[in-house]
Design a protein around this ligand. Sequence first.
Ligand SMILES: *Cc1c(COP(=O)(O)O)cnc(C)c1O
Length: 381
Amino acid sequence: MSQARNPAVSETGDPLLLTPGPLTTSKAVKQAMVHDWGSRDATFIAINRAVMEELPKIIHGEADFVTVPMQGSGTFAVEAMLTTFVPRGSKILVLINGAYGQRAKRILEIAGREPVIHETAEDTPPDLTEVEKLLVADPAIGHVFAVHCETTSGIRNPIEAIAGLVKRHGRRLLIDSMSAFGALPLDSRETYFDAVAASSNKCIQGVPGLGFVIARKSALAETKGNATTLVLDLHDQHAVFERTGQYRFTPPIHVIVAFHQALQEFWAEGGVSGRGERYSDNARILIEGMEELGFRTLLPAARQAPIIITFHMPQDKNFVFQRFYDALKDSGYVIYPGKLTVADSFRIGCIGALDAQNMRSFVATVSDVLAQMGVGLKSAA
Ligand SMILES: *Cc1c(COP(=O)(O)O)cnc(C)c1O
C-alpha cells in the first residue's frame, strides 16, 4: 500500500527530469562550469575545437561533414539550417507529424521560403508513396525536411527510408534529429543527407544553450548568400571559424565546456550504441511498469522511439492530471504534459542521466500516487 518514500534526487540533489530536455545531467557536467574563461582564451578555443571535431564522428561523417555551432536553443539551429540551406523563394517539402514539423513550416513561411506540406497524424509516420508523388510532381522542390524522432509523440520516423527516397529523386535532405541525436543511430555512410541539426541538452546530456548543425562540406559550400539573417548564417559562421577559430558573437562558453565533459561521458558509455541501449532499457521498464498499472501508450512498439513515451490520460474520474503531476514532483520526478491534438495525453522522458533503478522507482511512485488519488486503473482496464 501507499508508503512514504524519500524523494528521488539527482547526484546534486535536484528532482529528476523525466522530460524531453533540458535533462538531468551528471554532477561532473555541471561542475565543468564553475570557472570563468574569456572567449579568446586558448584553453576554451581548444575545448571548442575538440567538441566541433567530435560531433561528426557520431554520424561517421568525419571526412565529409563539418560542425557549425549556433548559439541558442535547438530551434536556433533548425532555423539556421533551413534558412542557410534553402535559398529565398525556394521550395522545400516539409514532412509533418507533430509540433516540430509545424515549427519548421512556420520558420520557412516567415523567412520567405516556400514549404510544401506532407502532413500525417501525430501517431503516423509519413506516407512515402505520397512523398514520392509530391517529389515527382514538382521538380521545383529542391529540399526535404524531416524530423528524426518527433518529440511531440515520441514517434520514430523512418529516416533511412526517407533519405533513400530523397536521394533517388535527386533532392537534398535536412534533418531535425534534436531529440534522437546520440541515441538513435544515424550513419551518414548509409543514410544520405546534407545537414542534421541537434543541440547540447538532449541525448548528449549537456546543459542548454548551444545548437549545432553537422553539415556536408560540399553542400555548405554552396550556401553562400542564402541566409536572410546575420546571426543564423551558417555559411558565415563556418567561414569565420575557418579563418579565426572563433565565434562571430559571444559563445555560451560554460555550456560548451560542459558539453565537452558530456561528450567524454557519452564516449565512455559506448557512444550511440551504449547510450541507446540504456535509454531502451529505461523505456522498456517504464512502458512495462506503466502498462502493469493500467496505463496505455499512444504508439505501438514498432513506432516508439526510446526517447519519450506518450501515455493516454486515464479516464478514471479521480485522475486529475495536475494532482498527479504535483504529487510526482513532490516525490522528485518532473514529468511533461502532452501537446497532442489526436489524444488527451501526458509524456514521460527516458533520456538524461537516468538509469533502470530510477525508472523502477518512478513506476513504484506512480503506483503510490494512484493509490493516494483513489485511482484504480488496473481494475477498470
Ligand atoms: C527539443 C527539440 C527541438 C528544439 O527545441 P528547443 O526548445 O529550441 O531546444 C527541435 N526539434 C525537436 C524534434 C526537439 O525535440
